[in-house]
Design a protein around this ligand. Sequence first.
Ligand code: B16
Ligand code: MG
Length: 211
Amino acid sequence: MGFKAIIFDLDGVICFTDEYHYLAWKATADSIGVPFDRTVNNRLRGVSRMESLDIILEKCTHPLSITEKEVLADQKNRQYQDYLRRMTTDDLPTEVKETLDGLRQKGLRLAVGSSSKNTPLILHQIGLDGYFDAVADGNGVKRSKPAPDVFLLAAELLKIDPADCLVVEDAVSGAQAAHAAGMKAACVGDAAQNQAGDYNMGSIRELLELV
Ligand code: B16
Ligand code: MG
């Protein structure tokens, strides 16, 4: 389809840290007696940590101060990082690594575009330190998905026109961010089930046929 670069979301596409987000947010929500389930969790995909907390707190019966919110976000992140530190190269699915290598062999530039401030730690744990041509993450942008910022930053780091980039996403907010950046989106998981992408895939391997 004439793409020059592919920008991959991390959580839910390259590796499945989304379950760890769920477990850590669930423990935090339980600690303050706020109901939280996987339906609410799906709304947190691609959304920044503090915005995720605000979504969870929609079901809280009393308002919390900024300091109380920061304590909860830190509590969640510490537990999430405990899960991340237990990850190894075994947590990089074979189909993902083979797809990445296959795309690179076709001459495509590869980047990460993730809302997560934990991106460097995750890439290190799964053995992808230094693998990508560019890494744009939550540490480099102010607005998270569905704003286009992280994908525009990835294109800028790659020095490739946004229109020549394809985004791979598992989040509806991520597909919206791709479109806002002027990019097409190939979706897996929750976003594919919601038909949020220009291409909605059952497996990431389908990218090898698509580009
Ligand atoms: P952190 P992605 C996103 O990663 C997650 O989908 C989202 O659930 C999370 O809140 C966000 O990162 C921020 O993560 O707390 O680690 O900074 O899907 O954009 O790779
Ligand atoms: Mg994701």
